[in-house]
Design a protein around this ligand. Structure first.
Ligand code: COA
Length: 334
């Protein structure tokens, strides 16, 4: 009988743009204040990419680090997949194709997926299947966003929330189940599609003067409604995946939720009973970076020396679509 192989997280890398935008900077553009933003969101600052930097540029930098930390060369990568809602180009080519080109990878599958803030977990779900079905051996998985390019800087209810950045991982193989991606759960409910959306410039509302005048190319959000659903769904998601795998929360070394709002993270963390030191927290520095937020948070823990080979991570995300997902996995890098 053929030996079982498991998908495994081999490395992590991130790229964080250097330009810091503080709450005080935003209060010069829209009617808001550091006090309001801090109290409602916990965000103190976020990073914006430079004007001439696209999502693929951030993604490429994160990817180079992840490939090097996996002790691989770009030519060892069998597939490149990118989760983003702020691709370089509206329809084509995909950001993944641009990243593959930047890395000198030719002749391998490269494509993007769209699952908003749950995008990174959707990619883990996909990469696990591709590895365990033996289609590929080393998959480059990237969550990358230049949300500043799709954020309405005249809308104080959204422009305070989002930031730019990228995180990347290499998913490879292991024969040790304890070092594998144990389980991934992904779900959606399109009934709430209008809670978080960019209403314009797609086939529903093609680009025209009216669409642009109404600024429908930018993110629109029903903040209050999202908030309530996010807390409930993120909590339930974790309860379900732990139960399904007969694991207790004490077996988890780090709970790494999508970084949207400190109040959401605290409410979910408290409901689940995770101690503060086990909960990843970067939203105060980077804001909400959608598909990039979870790999950026993993990278931060890694660079602080807190994640080691064998550390058990519980990922949990929620976003536009609506989409949500969770994953339990061991870190299997050096
Ligand atoms: N500065 C000052 N006042 C602001 C403001 C800002 N940046 N944004 C909104 N307000 C005002 C509103 O105009 C409103 O004023 P009004 O009462 O006079 O009408 C008031 O603050 C309350 O607005 P509301 O939208 O009810 O605030 P809130 O407590 O729900 O907080 C969010 C707003 C966006 C911070 C919060 O809803 C949230 O974080 N939602 C989840 C968003 C999210 O995580 N999205 C991504 C999911 S992946």
């Amino acid at each position: 009988m053929e030996k079982l192989i498991y998908a495994s997280l081999k490395s992590i890398g991130a790229y964080i743009p250097s330009k810091i935008v503080t709450n005080d900077d935003l209060s010069k553009i829209v009617d808001t204040s550091d006090e309001w933003i801090t109290k409602r969101t916990g965000i103190k600052e976020r990073r914006f990419a430079e004007k001439n930097e696209a999502t693929s540029d951030l993604a490429t930098k994160a990817a180079k680090l992840a490939i090097a930390r996996a002790n691989l060369k770009p030519s060892d990568i069998d597939a490149i997949i990118v989760a983003t809602i702020s691709p370089d180009y509206f329809c084509m080519p995909s950001t993944a194709c641009v990243v593959a080109h930047n890395l000198g990878i030719i002749g391998k599958p490269a494509f993007d997926i769209s699952a908003a803030c749950s995008g990174f977990i959707y990619l883990i779900y996909l990469a696990k299947s591709l590895i365990e079905s033996r289609a590929h051996k080393n998959i480059l998985v990237i969550g990358a966003e230049k949300l500043s390019s799709i954020t309405d800087m005249q809308d104080r209810s959204t422009c305070i929330l989002f930031g730019d950045g990228a995180g990347a991982v290499v998913i490879g193989t292991t024969d040790d189940k304890n070092l594998s991606i144990l389980d991934v759960n992904c779900a959606s409910n399109g009934q709430y599609q209008d809670f978080l959306m960019t209403p314009g410039c797609g086939s529903r509302n093609p680009t025209n003067d009216k669409v642009l005048q109404e600024r429908l190319q930018f993110i629109k959000m029903k903040g209050n409604e999202i908030f309530k659903l996010a807390v409930k769904t993120l909590t339930q998601d974790v309860v379900e995946i732990l139960e399904k795998n007969a694991l207790s929360k004490d077996s988890i070394d780090f709970f790494i939720p999508h970084q949207a709002n400190l109040r959401i993270i605290s409410a979910v963390g408290e409901a689940l009973g995770f101690p503060k030191e086990k909960i990843a927290l970067t939203v105060q520095k980077y804001g909400n970076t959608s598909a990039a937020s979870i790999p950026m948070a993993i990278n931060e823990l890694y660079e602080e020396g807190r994640i080691k080979q064998g550390s058990k991570l519980l990922l949990d995300a929620f976003g536009g679509g609506l989409t949500w997902g969770s994953a339990i996995l061991a870190f299997n890098g050096q």
